[in-house]
Design a protein around this ligand. Sequence first.
Ligand code: SF4
Length: 291
Amino acid sequence: MLVEIDKQSGFCFGVQNAVEIAEKALLKGERVFSLGPIVHNDKEVDRLSSLGLLSIDHEQFLKLKNCKVLIRAHGEPPETYAIAEDNNIAIIEATCPIVKRLQSKIRETWIRTKKGDGQVVIFGKPGHAEVVGLQGQINNEGILVSGPDDFGKIDITRPVHFFAQTTMSVKEYSNLTDILFAKMEENGIADPGKNLTINKTICSQVSNREPHLKAFAKKHDIIIFVSGRESSNGKMLYSVCKNVNPDTHFVSSMEELDKSWFLGKKSVGICGATSTPKWLIENIRDIISNI
Ligand code: SF4
């Protein structure tokens, strides 16, 4: 049985950067708190917690004073930084630079278009940490949409500035903006191309994986997709694989592998999300190779 790991799978640049910043901070032997799990992968969170990184939620954060707190790749709203300052908390900044840029862009757009009656619309997952950070830049005035059913929240007669959370599906974003454009045309908006500004904000570390994974999933009899269950791009990239290869299985750990899946199979492809550590993918490869 041929067992192949997808070369592009494993941490994206932003997650790798955050993990390295955490490891460096932990080297000093001091306790470091991470505001939310550093990555949506329990196995990696466990590994870093054994080195001294303690995950806390926002409620626990409010009670902290005089310590160090790491801001993970997803970023945080300005309010978090203000609380840290009030409580003498030293921030270890690990926000992904791509997310930082998106935060600034959304904020600039919001300030600029407020006078011109524009609306900032964000395609994203409600409650997702990155979305909370983005909304925080604009006083939570962004219109959050998850699909066309949410278009009722948008006033299509006014200018719309569309953004996407960095880990959304390119195809879904494109479908969504097409539907909104068509809706503007149907409603007689004079120049929908001018009224609707589409910002290409999906991260290439995610978007490039979509076509690549399609080809990878097609060429194997069975696909093992490794990801934490909370990972937004994990769910999205898994469905990309599942659509082209129905024999795709989602696992978060080696314990979830089922030997019977591999009966009669000649080739296995193993891939994962931008939050899946390479070491976990390789461990899973070793177990499958031994079956
Ligand atoms: S997916 Fe892109 S934007 Fe998100 S953390 Fe990774 S590199 Fe940064």
